[in-house]
Design a protein around this ligand. Structure first.
Ligand code: F3S
Length: 398
């Protein structure tokens, strides 16, 4: 693998032990994936910041790095395991919360911005088209690659940390033109209207394509929220890190992005119904969960309008970043939402926080990612329905 003089010095320990250790991690990764060189990156979005995921081994790894290590690129932090301000009120255990705070503090000491969200692109970490970055969190990765046209592999906690300390990643995978071509053409034959429709499409196609690259045809004028719902679902049922939409996403605006030997898939009413039937419940709704990925300010506005003057019979979590919550406070949305009985949860989500023992059995959500993961993590059944129906179900309690 070719290394510049500076990279060789990093590897030889001229910049200190911690830089050397992390350069070794990247060189080893590069050798596994056949990278010919390193690429300088513009920023990092770090996963591996929930104590639920890292445990003590991860916590100790990061704390050790933070003794002498510091980040040389901007770094934002992904969703963590607690709401930093309200963990006690929500009922997260004190020992877990203490460890979680230690983990975030170690990242902060190295220079990270404690954004604690899976939507860094909504709160200030917005790369430019074509920039090389090192991001973790599957829903954020797929958004960065597909909607923005930045370039990142699926980084884990250690590789993102190494990238932040060295400012580099090995040149392989989605950093290279040849791996960004579409492998499947997906003919979308029904009109998609809600985030839930996009999530259903993502869920169905993610299962079919695994970690390959779908190109959608027939989608018109999606919103940013539609696209984040689509990507999150694609990355959950499959491991999609990049998709294109003809005439919509930047790499598919003018050019054909399909490989020569692509496969064809169809998403029509029948395929949509398969997803709806899989995620469907009847009877009592214990909790409504929205905000996976974390809610945008537009979503907070819509939720407040739907809840205005209403009282919920079910519990409800609205997950968002603390930065969006501040704007929601200013706009008066928070007050309306909380008056209905819903809880606004910042910094975390049901997948990355400790499972609460509240006796929940049935959950409704508009997120394909939550519908997919919550049954395994919380031992519940999930329904995937659009936001308006989620809220009506919460009001009716069924
Ligand atoms: Fe974000 Fe948690 Fe969903 S990290 S994408 S809200 S599972």
């Amino acid at each position: 693998m070719y290394l510049t003089d500076k990279e060789k010095k990093m590897l030889n320990g001229d910049f200190g032990e911690i830089v050397q250790k992390n350069m070794k991690v990247l060189v080893a990764l590069g050798e596994i994936y056949g990278a010919e060189k390193m690429i300088e990156i513009k920023n990092v979005h770090s996963p591996g910041v929930s104590y639920r995921v890292t445990g003590d081994a991860g916590l100790n790894y990061v704390k050790e790095a933070s003794i002498n290590g510091y980040f040389i690129t901007p770094v934002t932090l992904n969703t963590i395991g607690i709401d930093v301000e309200d963990w006690e009120k929500i009922g997260f255990p004190a020992d877990f919360s203490q460890k979680q705070v230690e983990l975030v503090d170690a990242y902060k000491k190295m220079g990270a911005f404690c954004t604690n969200t899976c939507t860094p692109y909504l709160v200030g970490n917005l790369p430019r088209f074509g920039e090389h970055i090192a991001w973790g969190e599957s829903s954020a990765i797929v958004f960065a690659n597909s909607v923005i046209g930045a370039r990142t592999n699926r980084e884990g906690g250690p590789s993102a940390l190494a990238a932040a300390i060295t400012g580099r990643v090995p040149a392989y995978g989605y950093h290279l033109d040849e791996n960004r071509k579409g492998t499947h053409l997906v003919e979308v034959e029904i009109a998609l209207e809600s985030d839930c429709d996009y999530a259903a499409l993502g869920y169905y196609i993610g299962q079919k394509v695994g970690k390959r690259v779908p190109v959608f045809r027939g989608i018109k004028n999606p919103t940013i929220d539609n696209l984040k719902a689509l990507g999150a679902a694609l990355a959950s049922s499959g491991a999609v890190a990049l998709y294109h939409i003809e005439n919509v996403t930047p790499e598919a605006l003018k050019e054909n992005v399909l490989e020569d030997n692509y496969e064809i898939l169809v998403f029509a009413q029948e395929e949509f119904n398969q997803v709806s039937e899989k995620f469907s419940i009847k009877g009592k709704v214990d909790i409504v969960v929205v905000g996976c990925p974390h809610c945008s300010i537009e979503e907070m506005k819509k939720i407040s309008e739907l809840l205005s003057g209403k009282k919920l019979k079910s519990d409800m979590w609205v997950c968002t970043s603390r930065q969006i919550k501040v704007l929601s406070d200013t706009m008066g949305y928070t007050e309306i939402i909380e008056k209905s009985g819903a809880e606004i949860i910042c910094d975390t989500c049901p997948v990355l926080s400790p499972t609460l023992d509240r006796g929940y059995k049935q959950v409704v959500t508009n997120s394909g990612k939550l519908a997919h993961y919550m049954p395994g993590l919380w031992d519940v059944k999930t329904a995937l329905i659009q936001l308006e129906d989620c809220i009506q179900a919460g009001i009716d309690g069924e």
